[in-house]
Design a protein around this ligand. Structure first.
Ligand SMILES: NC(=O)c1ccc[n+]([C@@H]2O[C@H](COP(=O)([O-])OP(=O)(O)OC[C@H]3O[C@@H](n4cnc5c(N)ncnc54)[C@H](O)[C@@H]3O)[C@@H](O)[C@H]2O)c1
Length: 716
């Protein structure tokens, strides 16, 4: 009857037709504009055919429909709001067309039906779902909300409560939960799905079940009294306000759209959804979160390329069972790579092992790990004081103390005891990979593997390629990082590698603001409100003032042309006064443990007095915007320098490293995405305004050039 590139319609028997999603040349179905267009063509044809008595909607893939085609969003974002609303209004015709066919319809949901996939299913009269399928609206995770009638149909099909639970969280539901929520009508085993759907359709055709009544509910206002609705929305808004990350308004906007359209009939309700969606598409969060999704895809592609180049890695070893080594050994074992854990002190081995035991026990308690699996994991970590078995390992991660002499001794020793093709990685935080490689016989097999603390939690690993590191060694360590569940990003060797290099000017900017008279508490408050998980002064306390000072000094020494500290540095002052931060109970703030043993910060009166000694011109009030600009500008500038210096291949890797390594605010999308959002002309103007603060605040020549040509770092 109809053959498109994503949809075909075929007559079955007894007046039943099947509308099957079967995207040509791909293993999944998705709702790009072409498919939505085909859906309208298909339902128009079916609607005109008087011989059709019922429609089965199905998929020929393992999934039903995974959702919209996210690569199209960039184009949408470039349009003015009104044009986008008009476009989405047009696309909605396909779904109302499907919903208003003159015959009953049943959908067989065989696999993922997410976003637009679920919206398609909700446009049908009855939903039969495989026990293996999952459905949901993940749009808020992209800074958006459903716009093909999802916010309208879900509360009308299931209930107000279900819609207000599902849409703002974006969590998918398995079959039983979907049935219990009333979103689907039947749940059956995958092999019984088609027959069950057809049998339901036949009952509807025969008039045994009232499909018209079911459909009428979707055209009507949501069945809830205005008093009930008021109470429900008050409670939901409070919850959503608490749960939503800062500057991510999509979940709340979805709730507000529903509040407006619950008392309306379908078409008017869809209009509210469409205009709300067009508005949310203008937000910074939507642009950034969609970009992050696309970035993630690019990284996955890169991992696949590395996998082709990597050596197999079946057995690993870690040198040093301290904070980092212990965490690396645990994460490796947990994710299936057995590991030898060598230290020179038994007490450290005991500490490393007991930490691993605690972490595994936690996983068992939370139900994430079966007890027998937990035992196997712990057994795959071998604590040892000698090098037994090192001749068998495929890779070694060195995590001993940060001292080049000790590291040289340890690395040359381990190189002589391992196979010629074993890769040796160092988890150094501040030493150059080329410097560490100097005494090695096989520098091509040596690479940096910079984890972030705490290792089991932090997703980023910088894989540092020294000038002699081979592609194979790099790819092997990227593969190891992926196997550990991390996101490895390959960076060039250099002071601070990537993330700490870009962080340094930001931290120096805080110190400079304090010296210029700003209150450190206000700086922290402003930056936290701006979206950072913690302000820069609090971060210094958490890192440890002495550790931070050491690392930032090494990095700024690497870039003397712009990172010289020409003012009285507050971090140095804190160190001189033995205020090391959380680790000794006092830094910028003072700390006391709460009843659960977690350090709780309070503002310490002495801090202000001490910091006053750095403020030669006394204190002064800074506006919120001034603090944000003075903090973020040097960070963007350094990100641009790092990119221009070729520290990473792509802006995607640069921004993703910041998001994953620093907890950089998601709604900003990374330093360069943020620069794009502001507009490079605005960044240049800011740089001119703060020219007096020195070279750290000066945009690069390339940034000026890009601004003049109205260029961006990203295509969208
Ligand atoms: N702590 C962090 O936040 C962090 C973050 C990233 C990278 N790093 C880097 O990781 C490395 C380790 O740091 P850490 O914080 O785990 O230190 P740590 O002091 O907790 O642990 C170092 C361990 O190395 C052991 N060790 C010393 N000499 C050894 C040898 N010859 N053979 C085997 N073990 C030996 C020590 O006994 C100790 O257990 C350093 O290079 C550090 O710069 C640390």
């Amino acid at each position: 009857m109809f053959q498109g590139k994503s949809i075909r319609v075929q007559a079955l028997s007894d007046g039943v037709v099947e509308l099957c999603f079967d995207r040509q040349g791909e293993s999944i179905n998705k709702l790009d504009s072409r498919t939505v267009g085909e859906l309208l063509e298909a339902v128009t044809l079916i609607g005109k055919d008087a011989t059709v008595r019922g429609v089965l909607v199905s998929s020929a893939k393992d999934v039903f429909i995974v959702g919209a085609d996210i690569t199209e969003f960039g184009g949408w974002f470039a349009w003015p709001e009104a044009r986008l609303a008009e476009h989405i209004r047009g696309l909605n015709k396909s779904f109302t067309g499907l919903e208003t066919l003159p015959v009953p319809t049943v959908v067989a949901i065989n696999g993922f039906a997410l976003g637009g996939g679920l919206e398609t299913a909700l446009s049908v009269d009855f939903r039969v779902m495989s026990t293996q399928a999952q459905i949901g609206f993940p749009e808020v995770k992209l800074g958006l909300f459903p716009a093909f009638g999802g916010t309208v149909r879900l509360p009308r099909v299931a209930s107000a409560q279900v819609a207000l639970d599902w849409i703002p969280t974006g969590a998918p539901a398995k079959a039983d939960a979907a049935k219990a929520a009333g979103v689907v009508d039947e749940v059956v085993a995958p092999e019984a799905l088609r027959d069950a759907a057809l049998s339901l359709l036949k009952k509807a055709i025969a008039g045994d079940i009232d499909w018209r009544a079911k459909r009428a509910v979707k055209d009507a206002p949501v069945n809830i009294s205005s008093d009930e609705a008021r109470q429900l929305f008050t409670a939901v808004k409070e919850k959503v306000a608490k749960q939503s990350p800062k500057h991510q308004p999509a979940a709340m906007a979805a709730v507000e759209a529903m509040e407006k359209h619950f008392p309306l009939k379908r078409d008017a309700a869809i209009e509210i959804e469409v205009t709300g969606f067009a508005k949310i598409c203008q937000t910074q969060a939507a642009h950034s979160l969609v970009q992050i999704f696309l970035n993630d895809q690019l990284l996955k592609k890169k991992f696949k390329e590395h996998a082709r180049n990597a050596r197999p890695l079946k057995q690993a070893a870690v040198l040093g069972a301290g904070i980092m080594g212990g965490g690396i050994a645990y994460t490796s074992a947990l994710r299936g790579t057995p590991v030898l854990m060598k230290d020179i002190q038994q007490k450290q081995l005991d500490l490393g092992s007991s930490e691993a035991q605690k972490l595994v026990a936690k996983q068992v308690k939370s139900g994430k790990l079966k007890p027998e699996k937990a035992e196997a994991i712990l057994a795959s970590i071998k604590p040892q004081l000698d090098y037994a078995g090192f001749d068998q390992v495929d890779a070694v991660v060195e995590a001993v103390v940060e001292n080049i002499k000790i590291k040289h001794a340890v690395l040359t020793e381990v190189e002589s005891l391992t196979r010629n093709d074993a890769v040796i990685a160092s988890n150094t935080s501040s030493l150059r990979i080329d410097d560490l490689a100097a005494p090695l016989q096989r520098p091509e097999n040596f690479v940096g593997m910079h984890f972030f603390n705490p290792v089991p939690v932090m997703p980023l690993v910088e894989v540092i390629k020294g000038s002699k590191t081979s592609d194979t060694a790099t790819s092997t360590i990227v593969g190891y990082g992926v196997a550990m569940g991390k996101t490895p990003i390959v960076v060039k060797d250099g002071p601070g590698f990537l993330v700490n290099r870009i962080l340094t000017p930001y931290m120096l900017a805080a110190s400079r603001l304090i010296a210029d008279g700003a209150d450190f508490v206000k700086i922290d408050q402003v930056m936290e409100e701006f979206g950072w998980p913690m302000g820069p002064c609090y971060l210094n306390d958490v890192i440890g003032m002495d550790t931070g000072e050491h690392v930032f000094k090494i990095i700024s020494a690497g870039f003397p042309e712009r990172m010289q500290v020409t003012w009285k540095d507050s971090v140095g002052l804190m160190v001189a006064n033995k205020r090391f931060g959380q680790k000794n109970g006092v830094g910028f703030y003072s700390y006391e443990n709460d009843p659960t043993g977690k350090p709780k910060k309070s503002v310490d009166a002495d801090s202000h007095a001490l910091l006053a000694t750095t403020q030669s011109k006394g204190t002064r009030e800074f506006s919120t915007q001034e603090i944000i600009d003075r903090m973020m500008l040097p960070l963007m500038v350094e990100a641009a320098h790092a990119f221009e210096d070729g520290v990473v291949d792509t802006v995607v890797e640069l921004d993703m490293a910041l998001l994953l390594g620093l907890g950089f605010p998601q709604y900003l999308g990374g330093a360069l995405k943020y620069a794009d959002w502001l507009g490079l002309d605005k960044v240049v103007a800011l740089s001119e305004r703060y020219a007096g603060l020195g070279p750290m605040y000066q945009v690069t020549a390339k940034m000026r050039e890009m601004a003049a040509q109205k260029l961006k770092y990203y295509a969208i």
